[in-house]
Design a protein around this ligand. Structure first.
Ligand SMILES: Cc1cc2nc3c(=O)[nH]c(=O)nc-3n(C[C@H](O)[C@H](O)[C@H](O)COP(=O)(O)OP(=O)(O)OC[C@H]3O[C@@H](n4cnc5c(N)ncnc54)[C@H](O)[C@@H]3O)c2cc1C
Length: 506
């Protein structure tokens, strides 16, 4: 007798956890299958010596506070998952551009303070910057409406009620900024944030960027007190409290289909397991590779083949034998770049493009043992940026050279001494992320959200792009794309949608 569930969720990353929590709460018999021995995917932690490192999260956006909760705060709160949220105070980031045209600037949190901090560097632009940021609530209202209509919005409503959305939807960040009269230098300052999305701002859809920028400016950047592992464990608690089953070390190797082409279940640990619906936190590419090709609609296969994989990162995690104060670093987030322009930063990403240095102790002082601190370097690169002729025996040397280069550069740019204080070091590349997450090319953001595959196109095409009955997707590879917040929001939305359908409430 085969095991039978209402819902199987494949993958316990952020999207999968939020989806499974919703279906379990709805009283549906839920099974969450995870190939790793702990939950979270990217959202986890790891230990080296006396340090517990955050492997991925720099900051979460759209969290807000208990007094002014934003979407992600509400997702966790509504699920009954209690999180100790901490916030970066004062500034949202420091941005350093090297060289003659360079600058070293801190951009402040809060709408007025942010506009003033840009204006202090590029006088006379604050109202233009404000006009840009003020587009966000209008865009969010339009996106909510489109989701509410399940991707079938009324054209007249869109034109009459969501005109600003219609005007901006097809344009890049830089096109919209230029139309609003924001000078190029101010654009460059603000657009430093492209580094968190992996797409340069002359290509990145304005709505997508605005969603993130606005919420970081208004809400500030949030993070859980006990690394992102805290978020994942809180959701696991919710799932289990509501009767959901979680199986670790359980890699799904096959998706099973009924004769009519609808999904019937999966194979994990060599066992066939059936469900009324399956939710995949695993990227469509991998799902299709685990499926009988005849069962995948041709249009879906073509779409997957046409897509570009999103960016990945190389990272360096350092445990230091001195405090942040002793180190002489007071910022949480510092972006360091060889050039002011995002396109050039992107094109030179493996030479002198852009990298990020985070010191968690400057938000959570006791995030490492007393008298110590941690640094987290992030360098946006693609899996295919790794030299093709790199031999396995040279991989360690490659990683060490990469870490040395960025540590020495940060020492120079920040005027601090890091090397003598290194007690623990760990280095990851897209190979590491491919290994742990199972994603093609080690992508951490699914598919590149740009060009024809932008947020707008994905939202409008939801019905046809993901058209296999009984199978839903959620996670960073899905409609909203990148990051923690988007993955949680999509997992929450899809979990609720599947629960309603199975309970006949649609
Ligand atoms: C270094 C780094 C820094 C980042 N910084 C930020 C940041 O500051 N802010 C931000 O918002 N985002 C950041 N991100 C991106 C963010 O972490 C991801 O976009 C998000 O966590 C993706 O969530 P997901 O739901 O797609 O799941 P994933 O994290 O991709 O997890 C998928 C899960 O599925 C499991 N799985 C895969 N295949 C199978 C299978 N066949 N069977 C069973 N289980 C399977 C995997 O083990 C994994 O647990 C960062 C990511 C990295 C790596």
């Amino acid at each position: 007798m085969h095991k039978q569930y209402d819902v199987i969720v494949v993958g316990a990353g952020n999207g999968g956890l939020a989806a499974a929590a919703n279906t379990a709460i709805a009283g549906l018999k839920t099974l969450l299958l995870e190939k790793h021995n702990i939950p979270g995917g990217c959202a986890t932690s790891f230990r080296r010596g006396r340090f517990e490192f955050e492997p991925s999260l720099h900051e979460l956006c759209s969290v807000g506070t208990a007094e002014r909760p934003n979407t992600v705060y509400k997702v966790f709160d509504d699920l009954g998952a209690k999180i100790n949220w901490e916030y970066e105070k004062g500034h949202i980031f420091r941005t350093i551009v090297k060289g003659e045209d360079g600058y070293d600037v801190r951009l402040s949190a809060g709408m007025d303070a942010f506009c003033e901090s840009v204006d202090a560097v590029v006088p006379g632009c604050k109202e233009n910057v404000r006009a840009f940021l003020k587009l966000k609530p209008k865009i969010a209202a339009a996106i909510d409406y489109i989701y509410a209509t399940k991707g079938n919005p009324n054209g007249l409503v869109m034109l009459l009620k969501h005109a600003d959305f219609m005007r901006t939807a097809g344009h890049s960040v830089e096109e919209v900024m230029t139309a609003l009269g924001i000078p190029k230098k101010a654009q460059n300052l603000i657009n430093t944030y492209w580094g968190y999305l992996g797409v340069p701002t002359d290509e990145l859809n304005a709505m997508h960027f605005l969603n993130m920028l606005h919420d970081y400016v208004v809400d500030g950047a949030a993070m859980p007190k006990h690394r992102s592992h805290e978020l994942s464990l809180a959701l696991i608690d919710v799932i289990q409290k509501h009767g959901g089953e979680v199986w670790y070390n359980s890699e799904v190797t096959k998706f099973l289909y009924h004769e009519d082409g609808s999904v019937a279940g999966v194979v994990a640990n060599g066992e066939e397991i059936y469900a009324r619906e399956v939710i995949s936190n695993v990227i469509p590419h991998n799902v299709f590779n685990m499926s009988d090709p005849d069962k995948i609609p041709e249009q879906n296969l073509k779409l997957a083949n046409a897509r570009e994989f999103g960016i990945s990162v190389a990272t360096v995690y350092l445990g230091l034998d001195c405090t942040a104060e002793e180190l002489g670093l007071e910022d949480y987030t510092v972006f360091i770049m060889g050039h002011p322009d995002p396109r050039t930063q992107y094109n030179t990403r493996h030479e002198d493009g852009l990298y990020i240095v985070n010191c968690l102790n400057n938000v959570i002082p006791d995030s490492s043992p007393e008298g110590t601190s941690t640094l987290f370097f992030t360098i946006p690169v693609f899996g295919h940026d790794i030299p093709k002729d790199l031999k396995p025996e040279d991989y360690k040397k490659y990683k060490n050279a990469l870490a040395k280069k960025y540590i020495e550069d940060a020492e120079k740019c920040l005027g601090i001494s890091i090397m003598p204080h290194i007690e623990e070091i760990s280095i990851a590349t897209p190979v590491t992320f491919a290994h742990y997450l199972g994603t093609p090319e080690g992508t951490i953001y699914g598919y590149k959200l740009s060009g024809w595959d932008n947020l707008m196109a994905r939202t409008a095409g939801e019905k046809t792009d993901y058209a296999i009955p009984g199978l839903s997707f959620c996670g960073g590879h899905y409609i909203r794309g990148d990051g923690y917040s988007c993955a949680y929001i999509m997992g929450d939305t899809i979990g609720k949608r599947v629960a309603k359908r199975l309970k006949g409430e649609n």
